[in-house]
Design a protein around this ligand. Structure first.
Ligand code: BEZ
Length: 239
């Protein structure tokens, strides 16, 4: 019975559209109240398996180097692993002092890294996936919007380092969808055509097939339009 309860607790995870589960935590930047401290901005909560491991180190160097770029898109970063505060501090100091990766060196990780020895936060967010590891968090990425709603989730196994271009692309694509009321097609990047919401009536479907100036409809349900890269950046980036 107890085993079933533990398994159920570990398996619970927020889903897209849910309010991000609340917690307070000790981090390398002091205590945080999540997600309330981030109301009004996007926040990416991500987990990694353990401090002092090579894939995680390469990810932290990369994410820390991109911190300003994410901040310019109104997005903060928060990391987590099932390690203690002093381990986090020692690891971040070692990264800055000794580790060079892909030409990046002397990198200071300024975003908060949560200590989660109790696994409370990791369990709340479904970051423990026992088939992969019972003691280490998988590589999870939660995108949480300015209202505290989970908007996208990506999971990677322990051995696979994340693609940070994709994480940034997903953030900008969601902001673009919100701002311009459009959807973004496969492999979309700013400057590419966007998808117009599908026709909701026979009349609109008929209109769509007339291919007005700003719409390009391949069929009544598949219409795209141009959206200038500069217009996207002007609306979603701070500078
Ligand atoms: C790493 O970050 O290098 C790593 C962590 C856990 C398992 C495998 C690799």
């Amino acid at each position: 019975m107890e085993k079933i309860e533990i398994e159920t607790e570990i398996r619970t995870m927020p889903r897209i559209g849910d309010e991000a589960p609340k917690f307070t935590a000790v981090t390398t930047q002091g205590e945080i109240n999540f997600p309330d401290d981030y109301t009004g901005e996007w926040v990416i909560l991500f987990s990694h398996p353990a401090d002092f491991t090579p894939v995680c180190t390469s990810e932290f160097i990369t994410f820390a180097s991109l911190e300003e770029k994410f901040a310019n898109a109104n997005c903060k970063l928060v990391g987590l692993s099932i390690d203690g505060l002093y381990s986090h501090i020692a690891w971040l100091r070692t990264i800055k002092e000794k580790i060079e990766f892909n030409g990046m060196k002397n990198v200071e990780v300024k975003f908060p890294l949560i200590e989660d020895i109790t696994m409370d936060v990791a369990k709340k967010y479904g970051m423990i996936q026992p088939g992969e590891s019972k003691t280490q968090a998988v590589r999870a990425v939660f995108f949480i919007d300015p209202k505290g709603i989970v908007r996208a989730i990506i999971y990677y196994p322990l051995s696979l380092g994340r693609n940070f271009d994709e994480i940034y692309r997903a953030l900008i694509a969601m902001q673009t969808a919100d701002t311009f009321n459009v959807a973004t097609p496969a492999d979309w990047n700013p400057g590419d055509d966007v998808i117009v919401s599908p026709a909701g009536s026979c009349g609109v479907a008929e209109e769509r097939m007339k291919n007005t100036d700003d719409l390009d409809c391949k069929d009544w349900f598949f219409c795209t339009k141009k959206l200038d890269k500069n217009e996207v950046f002007k609306k979603v980036l701070k500078k």
